[in-house]
Design a protein around this ligand. Structure first.
Ligand code: BV8
Length: 250
């Protein structure tokens, strides 16, 4: 059932969040939009307008053109280094603290690779798709914290010589086992599930809110635009995360 007006919906959502014994949150690129990071679909503006994300964020794309993929991520890494968490990220960190103070559970699952939830102070964060600030080698996954500038591009692993790549999950790659298990368990266990700033198109993350619904949770969607979840959500807050989440945290 959808509350009749935005005020009603926000009031209902606030009440659910305030009374929850277990909250699970799934975030997508939309929560970082107000920090100035283009959402994943928008990320293809400008120089990258001619590519689809799914054609760049894959191991095949990297094998085919490692320089182009490395440079796309280098540009995104630079962008991420220069931005800060916004009111939406901070509100989720505040809700986590409020939950801890009243003995309620709080789990934050993110599809984002920008690290802004950690930067905002969130503690129990599960990064389903890795983190763009981390780099590893393609063949063996050896972590790399520094690499020489200039050629070769991509740089090579100091341990095994294979090309370096971002430590993110590409399309067609498995998600980190532990993180996915935590996310599914948290979706099954919670009594309130918040889906924030995600178009709900990428699996298996997109199945988390539906799993919560199946287990009787109240599912609250925060997104200015409709998504495949909108028709199923218990409460729909059709607004920006930076505007709405602080009202749920207050
Ligand atoms: C997997 C990291 C098992 C990289 C990402 C065929 C072959 C192979 C696989 C598949 C296949 N068919 C389906 C699949 C599964 C595939 C998939 O789902 N494909 C899609 C395209 C159909 N998934 C996978 O491959 C996953 N792995 O399944 O492994 C397997 C293995 C082999 C074969 C089969 C299965 C791996 C998926 C992870 C991919 N990596 N990111 C990188 O970042 O470069 S995905 C990336 O895109 C993001 O992480 C995120 O998940 C997704 C983008 O989604 P959103 O975050 O929702 O962002 P988007 O821009 O779409 O939407 C933003 C929303 O915010 C909008 O709704 C907008 O309205 C809203 N918004 C805007 N402003 C605001 C706002 N909301 C609130 N406030 C605002 N201010």
């Amino acid at each position: 059932m959808h509350a009749s007006t935005d005020q009603d919906a926000t009031a209902r959502a606030r009440q659910c969040v305030g009374a929850a014994r277990s909250i699970t949150v799934l975030t997508g690129a939309g929560i970082s939009a107000e920090s100035g990071i283009p959402t994943f679909r928008d990320a293809m503006t400008g120089l990258w307008a001619k590519f689809r994300p799914e054609d760049l964020a894959t191991p095949e794309a990297f094998r085919r053109n490692p320089r182009m993929v490395w440079e796309w991520y280098a540009g995104r890494r630079e962008k991420v280094a220069g931005v800060s968490p916004n009111a939406g990220h901070r509100a989720l960190a505040a809700i986590e603290v409020a939950c801890a103070m009243r003995g309620a559970e709080f789990t934050l699952v993110t599809q984002n690779v920008d690290g802004l939830h950690h930067a905002a102070g969130s503690r129990n964060v599960h990064e389903l798709h890795g983190n763009i600030r981390r780099v590893k080698c393609f063949e063996r996954g050896h972590p790399a914290s520094t690499w020489p500038a200039g050629e070769p591009v991509p740089p090579r692993c100091a341990e095994c010589g294979s090309p370096l790549r971002p430590d993110v999950v590409w399309f067609g790659e498995m998600l980190p086992e532990g993180e996915l298990e935590h996310a599914f368990a948290a979706a099954r266990r919670c009594d309130v599930f918040l889906s924030v700033g995600t178009s709900g198109l990428v699996e298996p993350a997109a199945s988390l809110p539906l799993l919560a619904l199946e287990h009787g949770a109240v599912v609250i969607e925060v997104n200015p635009d409709p998504t495949p979840l909108t028709g199923r959500a218990t409460i729909v807050l059709a607004a920006a995360a930076g505007a709405v989440l602080p009202r749920l945290a207050a």
